[in-house]
Ligand binder design. Structure first.
Ligand code: GLY
Length: 320
């Protein structure tokens, strides 16, 4: 990102505890400490205070996260609304999809532990034209960069751009070489072009035939989860009402953690169980329809956020 002038958090990468702590003091709190490796989702510490950051750095180098802690990244803490912008990438070009905004915390008001995503909507109405132009430029420059030295890997597929809309403009939080979950559940229903044609063009590097057309409808997805998620939860609870929910106009229910039991009944089999997606002429209509559909589905311990999209519907000032 540095080499390609792609805006992201200021950061330093260290193999030495003293240097990492000195850099953290220079950046000042709040900041983020990351064990630079796989740490079962636990290797990122958002430190509101400097002494918490320093403890986190020491923890990494003392082996709390195994080998992942041998290198530690100390990063500026970005603030603002998050926004996901995914793109189909082929032959060094990016074809951006519609914007979406995930809700990662377990409970209303963005409280509780992080999850795999409790709900999402598309498009994101709080994004300004200028921010959109910056995010599109970042996706295009990133796609072009993958095709140049030192990568030269001609990446073909989906590039997921995770952005923070900071007061200084959009900055990249993360890239993933995949679709987003649950972003895909609201982006693809709005795609009017044929997905198979696009995937074929991406795979064959045919940039001339990719033309993404989007429905003007709004899409909102509410995730129905098992009681206890993202902590321990029970499985095997009988799920009722999916057909009734899908009988609603413009509602589709995607299965995530479900299976059939020995009696052929639909039962829960994961933390995030179902994704209830509704489309509507307006943001409010899509949100109301999604929640009406959610109420028709029942299983013991059903848990979901009731504020998906509420912050964005209230406007950008909700993040201040
Ligand atoms: N929604 C977050 C992700 O797919 O990584």
């Amino acid at each position: 990102m540095d080499a390609n002038h792609i805006p992201t958090a200021a950061y330093g990468s260290f193999t030495n505890e003293v240097e990492a702590i000195n850099y953290a003091r220079q950046l000042g709190a709040p900041l983020v400490v990351k064990a630079d490796g796989l740490a079962a989702g636990k290797g990122v510490i958002v430190a509101e205070e400097l002494d918490i950051a320093e403890d986190a750095i020491r923890m990494c180098f003392e082996g709390e996260f195994g080998e992942a802690g041998n290198r530690v990244v100390v990063e500026e803490c970005l603030t603002g609304p998050e926004c996901s912008l995914l793109a189909f990438v082929t032959a060094g070009k990016a074809f951006c999809m519609a914007t979406a905004q995930d809700h990662k915390r377990a409970f209303n008001g963005d409280m509780g532990p992080n999850t795999g995503g409790m709900g999402v909507y598309s498009p994101v109405p709080i994004v300004t034209e200028e921010e959109m132009a910056t995010m599109v430029r970042v996706m295009e420059e990133s796609a072009a960069a993958t095709a140049r030295a030192p990568f030269e890997n001609d990446y073909r597929g989906v590039l997921y751009g995770g952005f923070m809309l900071t007061p200084e403009g959009p900055k990249v939080l993360e890239f993933n070489a995949r679709f987003g979950d649950p972003e895909t559940q609201v982006i693809l229903p709005r795609l009017e072009s044929d997905l198979v044609d696009i995937m074929y063009a991406v795979a064959t590097g045919d940039t001339t035939s990719i033309d993404l057309q989007w429905s003007p409808l709004w899409a909102v997805c509410v995730v129905l989860a098992s009681e206890g998620y993202p902590g321990a939860y029970e499985k095997g609870k009988v799920i009722l009402g999916v057909d009734e929910a899908e009988a609603f106009e413009n509602v589709v229910v995607f299965h995530a953690g479900t299976t059939l039991n020995a009696d052929g009944e639909l039962v829960t089999a994961g933390g995030r169980v179902l994704n209830v997606v509704a489309m509507g002429e307006s943001f409010d209509e899509a949100r109301e329809r999604a929640y009406e559909a959610c109420e028709l589905i029942n299983f013991e311990g059903k848990q979901y956020r009731t504020d998906i999209g509420a912050k964005a519907a209230a406007g950008r000032s909700s993040w201040e």
